[in-house]
Structure formats: C-alpha cells, structure tokens
Design a protein around this ligand. Structure first.
Ligand code: NZQ
Ligand code: ZN
Length: 391
C-alpha cells in the first residue's frame, strides 16, 4: 500500500431536519451570502423558498445566481465573480447537484484571481485562496459535496476540464435524501452510474495490497446495484435515496483511492462526449465503461475484472478466468441496460462517428498525450473504445 494523507474536513449534516442549522453553519464563515442554483428545480420543490425564509429570518444578507446549466459553463462563473465583488460576498451557498456545486467552487477561487476564471481551469492561474462554500445537495451523483474537485465547460473551445484544490472543498454539506425524491428517472440513473464509475475508476487498478479499499469499493457498488433499480420503482423510498446519497459522497471523497495508483480512464473519455454533445455525464460513463473493460482485458487485468464479477455480481468462478471476466463485463452492461434502463449505445444518445477522431485526439491531449490509467490508452485506443460504443 502506498503512503497517503487523507483529510476530508467537510462537515456532513445528513437527514431530514438540518436545514434549520443553516444560519448557524453559515455564520461560522460569513454573513454576506451568494446563493447559487440551477434551472429552477429548487423552486419547484419549494426548497428555494424555504432557504430564503431561513436567511431572511436571521437577517443574513444574500444575493443569488440562478440558471447554472448542467455541464456548467465558465460564463456563469464570470457572472458569479462579478456579483461577489460588487456585493462583498464572503460565503457561497450552493444548492443543487454537481453542476451548481462545481461552478460555485470556481467562483470561490476565481474571486481572488485577477484573470478570467477559465485560466484556473486550464491551470494558467493557481488557486491560492477561496471563499468558503457550503452546499445543500439536491442530486446524488458527483460527490462534489465532499471533495475539492470541479468540472467546467467552455463551449467556445469545446473543452470540458477538471480543476481542484482542497481550498474549495465545502465547509459543510446538508444531505437530505428527501430533497432528491423529485429527481427524474433519467438523472437518478445517471447519478447511480456516475457513483459506480467513480468507484470503479478507483477500484480497477493493478495494486495487489489494498484489500480493504477494494472491499469498501465493492460495498459501494453493491449498494448502487441493490438500490438503483428500487429508485426507479419507488422514487420516494427514503432508505434507497439515503443509501445512494451516502454512496455518492464516499465513492469520491478520496477514501477508496487511498494507497492506490489511481489514474482515471473512463472520465477523461466521457468528458469529451459531454463537451461535444452536452451529454448527461453518467449516461456517457455507463455506455463507455463495459467497452473500456473489454478493451483492456488481458493477462494483467483479468484477475481484477474476474474478482469484480465474483464479489460484486456474484458470478460463480470457473476454471476459465477470461470467461469469468467476460461474464463480469456482461453483467455490468446488462445491469445498466436492463435494470437501470440506460441507453447503452452512442447512437441512441445521438452521437455518430463524425467527431470520434477529434474527441479521441483531445482526450489524449488533455491527459498529457495519453490516458495513463490501469492500462495506457493512446489516441488510437480511445478511438477504438468510442467506436465499440457506437452501436
Ligand atoms: O438545473 P435544475 O433545474 O436544478 O435541474 C437539475 C439538472 O437539470 C436536475 N436536478 C438536480 N436536483 C434536482 C433536480 N431535478 C429535480 N429535483 C432535484 N432535487 O438534475 C439535472 C442535472 O443536474 P447536474 O447538477 O448537472 O447533475 P450532476 O449532479 O450529475 O452533475 C453533473 C456535473 O458534475 C460533473 C459532471 O461532469 C457534470 O458536469 N462532475 C463533477 C465531479 C466532481 N466535482 O467531483 C466529478 C464527476 O465525475 C463529474 O465529472
Ligand atoms: Zn463522474
């Protein structure tokens, strides 16, 4: 096991009744708040009114930035920084899913940079300081509520890139599973697929001595496999929403990657699909992952994929380990397709072969020439995986 430091200091307030603690938590960090949110779901479910009432009752000054898009765009960060500077904002309250939280992280950091926010994303500017952030999570998926990462799109350059710093990690996150009851089927399953993908990106490595981390990853995957389909039948099942919500945070708060050599493979390939086609992130991941696993299946990876099949999907081991590994990949594909009803080809989500080469080139370039995950993926490998995902 490799050496590591693990420190997640985000305070989690998990359950039904913690909105009332909002003023107390905010006041630890600031008194002039920017509320950020998306396209209006929080207004529909009454959450916006509830938060505003709480802030007004406590005389907490606030401004707002709404309309943050899924696959959030750098333009919204520019707008946010302007509001922050004009109003001496000293705290950001992000109410939403990953898109709202990620964009808020960029505003928090860009406020202290004398340059366009995009320069932070392309690493031309360093994050030295950031406004404190708190979140009210409305969609279980990205884990942004408990980590220091963000992913931002620049439509002008067709780029979707990640950035990160411990400085933008939320100070607190309110996780109320009931708030996620209203998430529709599409975004619910995309969220489950995203949680599974974060776990698998950390799980599929060639490290031989991280038994504990691998068993923890399997527990997260089994939680998704157990509760994901239940959510489609019963969107207001508290137990299922609660387990998925907590899985979301743990898949990507650093714990299951401790001591491992984890360079992610599927996310960099998916980010190109989202950048070019504005595809829902989790759907792209579900489509690509089984094809990626089939592509990298060889003598080095066969045991790892076979273990996944046995421990996560309960596949009965046979004498033919390649056969077992193929069954594991088939089980994953079937789970996405038949249990979560995810469209499992690029064709079904409106992507043809027009930009595959360009996307493969960019995915490799953005990763520094090639994706150096469990197996190195060069431009031509990425293209093969895209092609295998077409139909
Ligand atoms: O915009 P509104 O109206 O709020 O609607 C949203 C949006 O349309 C809706 N929604 C959210 N909560 C809801 C709800 N609808 C009804 N009821 C609720 N309670 O869901 C839609 C999708 O929201 P979004 O925030 O885009 O989804 P998600 O949380 O999956 O975030 C996706 C973004 O996060 C990035 C992705 O690339 C993508 O841009 N990621 C961020 C990561 C991180 N920060 O660590 C890691 C991930 O791998 C991922 O890349
Ligand atoms: Zn993801």
């Amino acid at each position: 096991m490799k050496d590591f430091i693990w420190n997640v200091d985000t305070k989690i307030l998990f359950g039904k009744d913690y909105l009332k603690d909002l003023p107390k938590e905010i006041k630890k960090y600031g008194d002039r708040v920017l509320i950020t949110y998306g396209g209006g779901s929080i207004k529909k479910i009454g959450l916006y009114d509830e938060v505003v009432k709480i802030l007004e009752k406590e005389n907490i000054f606030y401004k707002e930035l709404g309309g943050i898009e899924p696959n959030p765009r750098v333009e919204s960060a520019r707008e946010g920084v302007k509001i922050v500077r004009e109003n001496d904002i000293n705290f950001i309250l992000a109410i939403g899913g990953g898109s709202v939280i990620d964009l808020s992280k960029l505003i928090a950091a860009a406020t202290f940079v004398d340059a366009d926010p995009w320069k932070i994303v392309i690493r031309e500017e360093k994050i030295e300081k950031a406004l404190p952030i708190g979140t009210i999570l409305t969609l279980a998926a990205t884990g942004s509520e408990m980590n220091g990462g963000g992913v931002i799109t620049n439509p002008e350059t067709k780029q979707k890139l990640g950035f990160g710093s411990p400085l933008v990690k939320p100070k607190f996150s309110i996780l109320d599973p009931e708030i996620t009851y209203s998430v529709n089927a599409k975004h619910t399953v995309a969220g489950v697929a995203d949680i599974m993908s974060h776990t698998m990106e950390n799980y599929f490595t060639l490290d031989k001595d991280t038994y504990l981390q691998n068993r923890m990853s399997e527990a997260i995957l089994k939680t998704c496999i157990h509760y994901g389909p239940i959510l489609l039948e019963e969107p207001e099942n508290y137990e299922a929403r609660a387990n998925i919500m907590w899985a979301s945070s743990w898949a990507i708060n650093g714990l299951v990657k401790t001591g491992k050599d984890t360079n992610w493979s599927v996310h960099p390939m998916e980010h190109e699909l989202s950048a070019f086609y504005d595809l829902t992130h989790g759907i792209g991941l579900a489509i690509l992952t089984p094809r990626f696993l089939s592509y990298i299946l060889d003598d080095d990876t066969v045991d790892m994929i076979r273990d996944f099949g046995i421990n996560v999907f309960g596949i009965k081991p046979s004498d033919d380990k390649f056969q077992d590994a193929k069954k594991a990949i088939g089980a994953l594909h079937a789970f996405f397709e038949q249990e979560l009803h995810v469209p499992m080809t690029l064709e079904e989500v409106g992507i043809d072969d027009e930009h595959l080469e360009e996307m493969a080139k960019r995915a490799a370039e953005n990763a520094g020439g090639s994706i150096k995950g469990v197996k190195e993926l060069k431009e031509e490998d990425i293209l093969e995986i895209y092609k295998a995902s077409l139909f």
